[in-house]
Ligand binder design. Structure first.
Ligand SMILES: [Zn+2]
Ligand SMILES: [Zn+2]
Length: 146
């Protein structure tokens, strides 16, 4: 199918494709996403389970569960360390780090910023997308930096 959006990890050992509708890209600023990415957070989008397929390298997927957190976990490539799409347990969604995409998904910019209440102090958000102190649905901050 030509309309698949493909993605891969840094070493290329793990590849996946998404067919059908993609959700918007949001930027999460929480401390876990910062650690997982090593940057200011994680640009992530979602798609339904039925739209997502692993194409290669599933045996390279490693999962990390922190001791102190119920349920939250991260997945990454055992060979190169790239964070990977995560299958939501409670929902019908995969959460896909947007930086893994090799094709242009058509997105332009973020739909919003979440967990801005715990963002790194050195980060300045410069776009006009809505900001939320925690998840979408939590209190919405105005777009001015403190
Ligand atoms: Zn890899
Ligand atoms: Zn996060």
């Amino acid at each position: 199918m030509n309309d698949a959006i493909r993605g891969s990890c840094l070493c290329g050992g793990i590849t996946f494709s998404i067919r059908g509708q993609l959700g918007p890209i949001g930027q999460c600023h929480c401390s876990k996403c910062r650690k997982v990415s090593g940057t200011d957070g994680n640009a992530v989008m979602h798609t339904r389970h039925e739209n997502f397929s692993w194409d290669s390298g599933e045996q390279l997927i490693e999962t990390y569960f922190p001791d102190d957190d119920k349920g939250w976990h991260s997945t990454f490539c055992r060979k190169c360390g790239s964070p990977l799409p995560l299958k939501g347990e409670a929902s019908d969604l995969y959460f896909v780090p947007a930086g893994l995409l090799d094709d242009d998904s058509g997105h332009r910019g973020y739909v919003g910023h979440i967990f801005v209440g715990s963002k790194a102090p050195w980060v300045t958000i410069t776009d006009d997308s809505p900001q939320f102190s925690e998840n979408i649905g939590s209190s919405r901050l105005d777009n001015k930096q403190p």
